[in-house]
Design a protein around this ligand. Sequence first.
Ligand code: PRP
Length: 214
Amino acid sequence: MSCNLPDVLTIALSKGRIMNDTLDLMRKACVSVPAEMEDSRKFILDSPDGQLRFIVAKPTDVPTFVEYGVADLGIVGKDVLLEADRDLYELLDLGIGRCRVCVCGTPEQLGKEIHRVASKYPKIASDYFRRLGRQVEVIFLNGQVELAPLIGLADRIVDIVETGRTLRENGLEIHEEIAEITTRVVANRMSFRLKNQPINQLIDQLRQVRLVRA
Ligand code: PRP
């Protein structure tokens, strides 16, 4: 088993849409990032200065790795954090990966009653409709959620909208906005106490370069 080394900070990075912006931001912040990070198929990479260890993970696994302490820090979207509902410290908003979680449907469905909602985010969807006192059935899908209203599986979806292109190309539109999403740095509670100095130093470096909305 690969264990956390006491003096090394282990950071779980979300692969996929936010990875390149995360690495750009880290390099701008003078964080020592392995040069081969973007091209490698390795899942564990150490920084050139030996102070950081990066775990490349599926975004939905990042909160799990951080809560269980196999990573001290995680970099992950707020959408994933809301859905996972793990016991973590949220330390910094990096301002990248900006998108929205929305209720979407066809123009014809706008204003009509909602019965079934398809989503990759069943918790976010259920919490939202429960808060509003609206009774709906939520169906979990793994991806390409926009298909659901087109094939008659659901009459709405709850999904992230970034550019809006996927919605447009599938004849759907935003009906309601649930949350604004950005990428966050989260910490394991124990690591935050035991490795406070290096964690704070890294957070300070990232704070200098994070994207702040104009
Ligand atoms: C996400 C999301 C939408 C799309 C939104 O899917 O679920 O489908 O991106 O982006 P846009 O507004 O810029 O079009 P993702 O690409 O992560 O793949 P998936 O559908 O397979 O989950």
